[in-house]
Design a protein around this ligand. Structure first.
Ligand code: SAH
Ligand code: SF4
Length: 351
């Protein structure tokens, strides 16, 4: 793990352009900086020693000024279906989680954007942890780098979803640079940012020259229930959110994903599905119905509906003309855990 007082600048999470600027005073010719960027961004290098097309002297000089530091793997739990839940340690001892899910030659990575979440949704364990600090671009991109490095079999492509710990649109200052670096390897159309409906953040996304895909967690079809489940809805009311989303610029063929966590007797009735269908009518979208991942310790009153109720909910949406998927949890629930991560709070585990 990186030393918290290490004064050397971390090159992870920087775009090739940023690396060139940082290296200006250390390398004599600009193509050298491009070579360094290639090693770090394209080839996922972890040490200057790997950069065999640079002289030994230059590598040593780089190591005096810069470091290449990724989150440390503290723990890893695999489920039968190949999903892996990762526990990462950051340089100040903070822990975060991520999930990788392989499927048909492609790997979906669920990354964290913050170490906790201030939004405080009443069904989410990350929210129950309370606010956690923003992750830097190095810590965001570092999760991708570590997961990629640990792959046992090569994959055709990687999808990234920001559905791990935290609210990405409350960390746009770091998310923006991290996205720019990720775009070097992963197309914006393979990256999804999931938000609880932070309006200034959605406007920020709308203004980006290169946009990732947008997912919005609705979780209720009306303001009254939404603000009970998601207190942030008081600040950013549902009506304003929907107006903003109707104006959101969508690239050709793109759709907004609406996430809807179904909770027994709270938002799982056929009438709720009907209201949801009407609420989002006309928006190019798909709906991801997520059966609640129960956590009796934090939320003893919130239960997962039975399968029949979940199916009826999904079918009602489909009959209303919407594209719907249900995220059935499988294996050890690692998949379902994406979006419900805890980032164990105890101090460092043995590496
Ligand atoms: N803060 C962002 C992204 C992280 S949460 C957001 O809220 O969209 C990612 C997804 O996990 C959200 O759709 C959220 O509603 C869902 N989620 C949170 N807690 C859950 C739980 N206990 N069971 C199932 N899904 C949950
Ligand atoms: Fe934060 Fe998203 Fe969890 Fe709500 S659902 S508390 S916004 S991480």
């Amino acid at each position: 793990m990186a030393n918290p007082v290490d004064p050397r600048v971390n090159l992870v999470g920087r775009t090739p352009g940023e690396i060139a600027t940082l290296l200006e005073d250390v390398v004599d010719r600009s193509f050298r900086a491009r070579q360094v960027a290639q090693w770090i961004v394209d080839r996922n290098a972890t040490d200057f020693a790997e950069m065999t097309n640079l002289s030994v002297e230059l590598r040593a000089e780089l190591g005096r000024h810069f470091r290449i530091a990724d989150p440390e793997i503290l723990d890893r739990s695999a489920s039968g279906d190949g999903s892996v839940k990762w526990l990462f340690g950051l340089s100040d001892g903070v822990t975060i989680e991520g999930v990788s899910m392989p499927e048909n030659g492609k790997l979906t990575m669920c990354l964290s954007s913050q170490a906790g979440c201030a939004v405080g949704c009443t069904f989410c364990v990350t929210g129950a942890l309370g606010a956690g600090r923003n992750l830097g671009p190095d810590e965001i991109v570092g999760q991708y780098r570590v997961m990629l490095r640990q792959l046992e079999e090569p994959v055709d492509r990687v999808n990234i979803v920001f559905m791990g710990m935290g609210e990405p649109l409350l960390n746009t200052g770091n998310l923006g640079p991290a996205l720019e670096t990720l775009y070097e390897r992963v197309s914006p159309k393979r990256i999804t940012v999931s938000t609880s409906g932070i309006l200034p953040g959605i406007r920020w996304l709308a203004g980006l020259p290169r946009r990732p895909k947008l997912a919005v967690s609705l979780n209720a079809p009306d303001q009254e229930r939404r603000q009970r489940l998601m207190p942030i809805a008081k600040r950013y009311p549902l009506a304003e959110l929907m107006t903003e989303l109707r104006a959101f610029p969508l690239e050709r063929g793109r759709r907004i994903t609406f996430e809807y966590v179904v909770i027994r007797d709270l938002n799982d009735r056929v009438a709720d599905a009907g209201a949801l269908a009407r609420l989002i009518r006309g928006i190019p979208c798909k709906i991801n119905v997520i059966p609640l991942n129960e956590d009796p310790e934090h939320f003893p009153d919130h239960r997962r509906p039975d399968d029949e109720t979940i199916n009826r909910f999904a079918v009602t949406l489909r009959d209303a003309g919407h594209t719907v998927t249900v995220r059935w949890s499988k294996g050890l629930d690692v998949d379902a855990a994406c979006g419900q991560l805890k980032g164990r709070r105890q101090s460092r585990l043995p590496g």
